[in-house]
Design a binder for this molecule. Sequence first.
Ligand code: IMP
Length: 194
Amino acid sequence: MTELIFATHNENKVKEVIPLLTGDFFILSLSQLGLNEDIPEPYNTIYENAIEKARVIYEKTGKNCFAEDTGLEVHALGGEPGVRSARYAGEAHDFEANIDKLLGKMEGQTDRRARFLTIICLILDGERFIFDGICPGTITFSRRGEKGFGYDSVFVPDGSLKTFAEMDLEEKNLFSHRRKATEKLITFLNKRDK
Ligand code: IMP
């Protein structure tokens, strides 16, 4: 049995990742451990922030853990909002304001290409491992759907006509960046257990 902390306060991420963790795992969330303070995201890349989140939690708890950081990268905006996805419209981390800003910047833009990038950092017995997941797609002209979170209502993954917010969790996981990165993590852990 591998006991791991999933170093996130985002319950939406927990909901997406937990059903994917097939194997002999026992996953603890930060709230179960009574760790409620914010984890800093001080760096300019998604990669460095994922590492930092895992490092902070590993140092605090001494337990094996993984963290993930995700960003939406829009081609016509030179990769924005990227590492600033959560704070695009300001420090309030307001999903609706972030989407309004994104749709505003994309007004009149015909190149709607975008992608989600997830980086997972695992720290296992002090050793660090990195896994990534990419989901290419396009930005819609307006919001569609009520499910999901973050930018889900304005992102259509390649291979579908629906936004992520029009999909239930299982359907989102057919396409999702987070599922792809999580699968790499699981494959790694299952191999290592043998
Ligand atoms: P973080 O990884 O929690 O820093 O997320 C960065 C930003 O991207 C936040 O505004 C999230 O709401 C958003 N985000 C992260 N993952 C997803 C996703 O799967 N769909 C839509 N938005 C997401």
